[in-house]
Design a binder for this molecule. Structure first.
Ligand SMILES: Nc1nc2c(ncn2[C@@H]2O[C@H](COP(=O)(O)OP(=O)(O)OP(=O)(O)O)[C@@H](O)[C@H]2O)c(=O)[nH]1
Length: 141
């Protein structure tokens, strides 16, 4: 398990955690990834994905308890044949948008304040420029 740079978590509104059903270590590592995620983004929606089910269909009969333990949505996916890929991303996007609109996440609120502050400043600058434009003088005859 290698941790990710903090910038990957910055302003994230959802997370998809993928493991490989053919490599048990990737499932075990979910614990570490999830712990790290929650240090940076305590509240964002997180989806757990078991990938490569095309390579081993009987894995879909197994119960993977990690998602249940943390009450996270769980999908069996195959990136190779496309099973559940569109559904996964649609659901992730919906969760992200809902989170962004409703979250009381402190950092999100700070970011929203900064963004609107920035816009206000920009429109002030624009009107400053308008005002500072010298009035056109009538041509002197
Ligand atoms: N059979 C099968 N193979 C897959 C699937 N998804 C990815 N692979 C294969 O798994 C290997 C690793 O895929 P990557 O996309 O590199 O996965 P990654 O997590 O970015 O891996 P790293 O680059 O090692 O971090 C490649 O050979 C892919 O072709 C899948 O759904 N089914």
């Amino acid at each position: 398990f290698q941790s990710m740079h903090a910038s990957y978590y910055h302003k994230a509104h959802a997370c998809i955690m993928v493991f490989d059903v053919q490599r048990k270590v990737t499932y075990k590592n979910l614990n570490n990834w999830y712990k790290e995620l929650r240090e940076f983004r305590p509240e964002i929606p997180c989806i757990v994905v078991a990938n490569k089910i095309d390579a081993d269909m009987k894995m879909t009969q197994k119960s993977f308890n990690f998602a249940r333990k943390f009450s996270l949505p769980f999908y069996f996916v195959s990136a190779a044949d496309g099973t559940n890929v569109v559904k996964l991303f649609n659901d992730a996007i919906k969760l992200a948008v809902t989170y962004k609109q409703n979250s009381g996440d402190f950092m999100d609120e700070v970011m929203q304040e900064l963004e609107s502050f920035d816009l206000e400043k920009r429109s002030e600058n624009l009107s400053d420029q308008e005002e500072s434009c010298p009035e056109e003088k009538p041509p002197s005859s």
